[in-house]
Design a protein around this ligand. Structure first.
Ligand code: PLP
Length: 352
């Protein structure tokens, strides 16, 4: 079989990193109590790891995927007449096939953004609804860290949003599908980025940074977690062989594996950015702050390049694409991709 190019479509196109695969193999030995109950030592140890990283006063629940973490986590904290305020581009709003609406009965109030990030002053207009009986009542601000535009919030910006939320009787949810990439990029710990900034609830991602599957709903304030286990089961997300999610997270949060994987993905995105900057026909559209590169590529080139490397078009109108790097993207992958692109650009020079 010839060489198959890695894709730049998404960080969940990559496989499972070897350390996690080994943890899964080890977890496959013998019988262990199911459903993450008290005698499932994998789950107890994984939760202990989360406490080391986020502080002892948290509650952690493992689920299969990020959509469930977002939908169940937010809907758990809402009454039927309350709403989430988020960027329009948020995964919760755009990419969850109306699961928040169907399974959570959640109304989402979207904010248009250039870079995926929202500011407190953009939430303010929604506060006029508070106390007005005809309008859904804003209760949660949800942000994505990393955003869907590849940008990140600094701890100060998260703290600002949390303070704003709390002073308006609201809560702050963070969709952290790529939280490890953000922490690595900022050079901060999870505690500094999430616990110390006042976040109330976090969807902690694993799949996009080397796990086979698994995400965690992390309540930073224990009382918010009350009865969540029932919603997880009712919401079809209680994994019976729980140890296979837990063993992955235990390993992920040990010996800085999360950091190693995210560092590689982020470094490769930077390398890709610097290679793309050499081509005058290509324009980088967002600051490269984590493991994604957003760029405008001439529309004639996109399908030709996609024959070699699959990636997603982010905005058809402007010909903007998203190129994602993974824990296993290598310098050679970036070099080869850049070479193919260079050839396509020079072969099609006249039509550009
Ligand atoms: C920002 C963000 N949140 C959440 C998710 C979770 O998605 P999934 O349900 O596919 O695990 C994704 C995946 O694309 C994402 O990009």
């Amino acid at each position: 079989m010839g060489k198959v190019n890695k894709s730049f479509a998404s960080d969940n196109w990559s496989g499972v990193c070897p350390e996690i695969m080994e943890a899964l193999i080890q977890a496959n030995i013998g019988h262990v109590e199911s459903y993450g109950e008290a005698n499932d030592f994998y789950t107890q140890r994984a939760i202990a790891r989360f406490r080391e990283h986020f502080g002892k006063d948290i509650s952690v629940f493992f689920v299969y995927n990020g959509t469930a973490a977002n939908v169940l986590g937010t809907s758990h904290l809402l009454r039927s007449y309350q709403a989430v305020v988020s960027a329009e581009s948020a995964h919760l709003n755009e990419d969850e096939c109306a699961a928040p609406e169907k399974f959570g009965g959640t109304k989402i109030l979207g904010i248009k953004t250039e870079n995926g990030k929202i500011l407190p002053q953009q939430v303010t207009p929604f506060l006029h609804s508070i106390g007005f009986q005809h309008h859904a009542q804003p209760r949660i601000i949800s942000i994505s860290e990393v955003t869907e535009k590849g940008t990140i919030y600094t701890p100060d910006k998260i703290r600002e949003l949390a303070t704003f939320a709390h002073s308006n009787d609201m809560l702050l949810h963070v969709d952290g599908a790529r939280i490890s990439n953000a922490a690595v990029s900022l050079g901060v710990t999870f505690r500094e980025l999430i616990t110390d900034t006042g976040v109330d609830i976090l969807s902690f991602g694993g799949t996009k940074n080397g796990l086979m599957f698994g995400e965690a709903v992390v309540f930073l304030k224990k009382d918010l977690a009350r009865d969540f286990q029932y919603l997880r089961k009712q919401g079809l997300q209680l994994h019976s062989k729980m140890r296979f999610i837990s063993a992955q997270f235990e390993r992920y949060l040990t010996d800085d594996l999360w950091k190693k994987n995210a560092e590689n993905a982020n470094r490769m995105a930077k390398l890709l950015e610097s290679n793309l900057k050499r081509f005058s026909q290509i324009k980088i559209t967002q600051p490269v702050e984590a493991n994604g590169v957003f760029a405008i590529i001439p529309p004639q080139i996109i399908p030709l390049l996609q024959k070699h490397y699959f990636f997603h078009i982010w905005d058809e109108a402007s010909s903007e694409v998203r190129l994602m790097c993974s824990w296993d993207t290598s310098e050679e992958d970036i070099r080869d991709f850049s070479k193919v692109l260079q050839n396509l650009l020079s072969e099609n020079l006249r039509s550009l």
